[in-house]
Design a protein around this ligand. Sequence first.
Ligand code: E4P
Length: 217
Amino acid sequence: MKFFLDTANIDEIREANATGLLDGVTTNPSLIKKAGREFFEVITEIAKEVDGPVSAETVAHDHETMLKEGLKCAKIADNIAVKVPLTIEGLKTCKALRAEGIMVNVTLCFSANQALLAAKAGASFISPFVGRHDDVGFNGMELIEDIRNIYDNYNFDTEILVASVRHPTHILESARIGADVATFPIDVLRKLFNHPLTTNGLAGFDKDWAATGFSIL
Ligand code: E4P
């Protein structure tokens, strides 16, 4: 399963990249606002920092303007995935951008039928939002399972990009289901490394090793 970081903060991206485990980045207008930097400047910097896909989200609601925005974003770098919303206009734009060979991430997906539409429109990625789904009393991970089954039934090559991830259990469940990608904030990445038995075990080995007086280097 690929790991994307869900942020427009370059320091967080550098921290994640240094682990050697980062496969891409997703951004959205709220994350751009939070980063407090000009859109093209920050997306250009992220696209240079990361080898994998970097999602840049369009903001227009009509197909014609959204397509213009998408084409402009795609010019930033070869690894840009243009993000469009799961609306009729968004899927028209998805199809047009894919015909140009541009990667497209279809966002704000909350049902398996919507995911089916995105795959039929040729999306490179579909982004179902599991955390926001959980927030309103549904089970976000059941949605991922449904989409996995549907995509496998028809051999769609659209990648399932689990979004709105809030905690490590979302990552574990995504991997169990066979999602292709999960995108998550830096604090979730940090938590994935942690286990109290690892910390305690390391402290015990340190103590015993110090008592031997040996040295490896
Ligand atoms: C993904 O592409 C979305 O931008 C993101 O995961 C949304 O997450 P949120 O529900 O935490 O805002």
